[in-house]
Design a protein around this ligand. Structure first.
Ligand code: PLP
Length: 388
C-alpha cells in the first residue's frame, strides 16, 4: 500500500491543535453559519463554494473529507454528496445540454442508465460500447462514462485509450471508480476528467451510511458545485461525513484484507465443477489486458460466478444454503453479501441481455476466509444432496 495514501487516510488534514487537541475532528453539526456583521455576511455569500454560509454548500466536516478524497485521487478538488447517485446525477445535470449524447463504456450500474433514459425527455440520448469505442462517438457526444471494472462482469477497460479519445474529440471523460477505490486505481492520473465514488461501499466500509463524491479539476468541480450540487441538494450530512472519515482511517488495511480474502475464495471456487465461470479482474490474462497492472494496483472483493445450473429455483437453493453471506443489495462493507439478478420470471429477459440465469454476485467481506469457504462448501454440498 502506498505510504502517502495511508497517511492521507489516517492523519492528513486532521490538525488536533486547531480543535483543542481533539484527535478525532469535531462534527460541525450545523445547518448555517452566523456572521458578526452584515458586510461580512454579504461578502461570504458572493462565493458560497469557498465560505461557510449554509451546509447545503460548504461544511467544515464534509470539507475535511473532501480534502482527503481529492488528495487520494490526486485531483485538485472534491465535492461530496448524500449518495453515489447524488454525485452521478449532479455530474450529468451539470455537464449535459439538451441534444447531447452520452457514450457508456462497459456494463454500467442500472440506476445510472435509468437516469439517462429519464433524461430522454430533455432530448438527451445514450448508447453503450464494449469495444472499438471510437466508432461509437457521435458528433453530439458530450460525455464518455466508464465503469472499470464493471460490477457484474468485472471487465476492465483501458483507461488511457478512453482519456485519449476524450482529448481528441473534446469530450468529458468520467469514470465510476467505486469498485477499485482510489487506493487501487487513480483514473485522473490516467487522463480522466472526473472520478466518481459511491462512498456507501468500501470507503464508508461499515454499511451504516450513504454518500457520494466527485473529484476532478477546480474548474469542473466548481461547475458541478454550482449547478448539480447546490441546486440539486444531494447534501452529505456532517454526521455522515464524520462516519466516512472514520471509514477512511482503516481503508488501507481493509482493502488489503478484502483482496486477500477474495483471492483465497477464488482459489477455492476454481475447484468447484458446479461453476461455469468466475468473474474477477485478477483472473483476466495480462496478455489480453496488458494495461491492467499499469492502471490497477490491487483488487477488491466483489466477484461473480456463473452456476452451471441456473434459473430461479437453483440459484435460490444455493443462496438460501449460505449462512455467513447475508442476502442483500450493495457491497463493499465489512460483511460478506450475496445477490443475483435472477427473479422468478425474468429468465428470458436475462438471456436476451446476455446475462446468465445462474449469475451470483458476492461481496467478500472481512470474516475469516476459511469460514467463508466452509460456508460455500456447505452450500454446494446441500444443493448437490437436494438433486441426488
Ligand atoms: N455506482 C455503483 C457501481 C454502484 O454499485 C452503486 C450502488 O450500488 C452506485 C454507484 C450508487 O451509489 P449509492 O447507492 O451510494 O447511491
Amino acid at each position: 500500500m502506498d505510504n502517502y495514501d495511508t497517511h492521507i487516510c489516517t492523519q492528513y488534514g486532521d490538525h488536533p491543535a486547531e480543535h483543542k487537541g481533539a484527535v478525532s475532528p469535531p462534527i460541525y453539526q450545523t445547518s448555517l453559519f452566523a456572521f458578526e456583521s452584515f458586510e461580512a455576511f454579504t461578502q461570504a455569500q458572493t462565493k458560497e463554494r469557498e465560505n461557510y454560509v449554509y451546509t447545503r454548500g460548504v461544511n467544515p466536516t464534509t470539507e475535511l473529507l473532501e480534502m482527503k478524497l481529492a488528495k487520494l485521487e490526486r485531483g485538485e478538488k472534491c465535492k461530496c454528496f448524500g449518495s453515489g447517485m447524488g454525485a452521478i446525477s449532479s455530474v450529468f445535470f451539470s455537464l449535459l445540454e439538451s441534444g447531447d449524447h452520452v457514450l457508456f463504456v462497459n456494463d454500467i450500474y442500472g440506476p445510472t442508465k435509468q437516469l439517462i433514459t429519464f433524461f430522454h425527455k430533455f432530448n438527451i440520448t445514450y448508447t453503450t460500447a464494449y469495444d472499438d469505442v471510437e466508432s461509437h462517438i457521435q458528433p453530439n457526444t458530450r460525455v464518455i462514462y466508464v465503469e472499470s471494472p464493471g460490477t457484474m462482469n468485472m471487465n476492465v477497460i483501458h483507461l488511457e485509450s478512453i482519456s485519449a479519445l476524450g482529448k481528441k474529440y473534446g469530450i468529458y471523460t468520467v469514470i465510476d471508480n467505486t469498485w477499485s477505490t482510489p487506493l487501487f486505481q487513480k483514473p485522473l492520473t490516467h487522463g480522466f476528467d472526473l472520478s466518481i465514488h459511491s462512498l456507501t461501499k468500501y470507503i464508508g466500509g461499515h454499511s451504516d451510511v450513504t454518500g457520494g463524491a466527485v473529484i476532478g479539476s477546480h474548474a469542473l468541480v466548481d461547475k458541478i458545485f454550482e449547478f448539480g450540487f447546490q441546486l440539486n441538494g444531494s447534501t452529505l450530512s456532517p454526521q455522515d461525513a464524520s462516519l466516512i472519515i472514520r471509514g477512511l482511517r482503516t481503508l488501507p488495511i481493509r482493502m488489503q484484507q478484502h483482496q486477500q480474502n477474495a483471492l483465497m475464495v477464488i482459489d477455492y471456487l476454481k475447484t468447484k465443477e458446479e461453476i461455469a465461470k468466475i468473474y474477477h479482474p485478477s483472473l483476466l490474462k495480462v496478455k489480453e489486458y496488458p494495461y491492467i497492472r499499469h492502471q490497477m494496483k490491487g483488487y477488491s472483493g466483489v466477484l461473480s460466478i456463473e452456476l452451471k445450473e441456473g434459473g430461479f429455483e437453483n440459484v435460490a437453493a444455493f443462496i438460501n444454503s449460505l449462512t455467513l453471506f447475508k442476502i442483500g443489495v450493495s457491497w463493499g462493507g465489512y460483511e460478506s453479501l450475496v445477490n443475483s439478478p435472477i427473479k422468478p420470471h425474468n429468465a428470458d429477459e436475462l438471456i436476451k441481455a446476455g446475462i446468465s440465469t445462474g449469475l451470483v454476485r458476492f461481496s467478500i467481506g472481512l470474516e475469516s476466509p476459511h469460514s467463508l469457504i466452509s460456508d460455500l462448501e456447505n452450500a454446494f454440498q446441500s444443493i448437490s444432496l437436494t438433486k441426488s
